[in-house]
Design a protein around this ligand. Sequence first.
Ligand SMILES: NC(=O)c1ccc[n+]([C@@H]2O[C@H](COP(=O)([O-])OP(=O)(O)OC[C@H]3O[C@@H](n4cnc5c(N)ncnc54)[C@H](OP(=O)(O)O)[C@@H]3O)[C@@H](O)[C@H]2O)c1
Length: 263
Amino acid sequence: MATTYTLVTGASNGIGRGMAEECAARGRNVLLVALPEPKLDEVTDALKAQYPEQSFHSLGVNLMDRETPQHIFDWCKENDYTVDILVNNAGLGNSGPFSNLPADFYYGQMQLNMMALVSLTHHFLPMLEAQPRAYILNVASMAAFYDIPFKGIYSASKKFVYSFSRSLNKELENSSVRITVLCPASVPTNPDVVQREKELGLMAKLTSQTPAQVAKYTLDMMFKGKPVVIPGFFPRLYKRLGSVVPYNTRLRILAKQFIKNSK
Ligand SMILES: NC(=O)c1ccc[n+]([C@@H]2O[C@H](COP(=O)([O-])OP(=O)(O)OC[C@H]3O[C@@H](n4cnc5c(N)ncnc54)[C@H](OP(=O)(O)O)[C@@H]3O)[C@@H](O)[C@H]2O)c1
């Protein structure tokens, strides 16, 4: 059987790292893509040491650059890496008044959260369709289900990921490719999220999941062909309760929650 790989963006930390580690634990070969920081090599080397029979390769690139998805695809072609699972995970969050940050920040955020994901999907789709079974896992967020004051561009970008993933999954229903969109609640990954969890208090504590928990549950669901995955009982309950709260009340609650941790 041909050697195939899972390609994970944002694989050097957090949920992406959890995905890379969980895939490795399931016997898969992994291509790790993230910013060109020493952490990327450290994570890749640790996987190589732990699973010497499997293949792990890394590429340090900035997905805010428009040409990067093409570069990643060329790297795979040149090295004969056949991808049968694409995990579009890399993304950037923030919260605070819209005008506090320069427009360039939002441009980069939209490029990373949406454009890079679309472009990677577009580049890799023919390779994925050529496999007997292939998957795309797009990482959105629970934020995809709400309009969130003080987090407006982020939540809009995740709504985009959610909508695009569900539409394309239907479009590809007669192909070998399944698309799953992951909508996690709070996952303590980087210092910003850890700080936000502290400030959001009990609600964040109840809905919080570790990257390893998210990765394991999500991959189980993805292989079952689930189009939408919300890891954790409390996040699923929270979403259900949220849908019965009147829109303006919900907007007020979310505005209060997020204005506190403006950054
Ligand atoms: N954590 C949460 O609570 C949460 C909740 C819902 C959804 N999500 C979503 O889950 C995904 C992962 O979040 P996370 O919290 O795990 O993130 P994280 O811990 O901050 O890690 C982000 C990963 O992406 C890489 N990365 C960042 N900017 C990049 C760029 N411009 N080009 C290439 N790679 C880049 C980072 O590399 P470096 O380590 O070198 O920076 C790192 O590997 C995101 O899409 C996020 O929106 C997170």
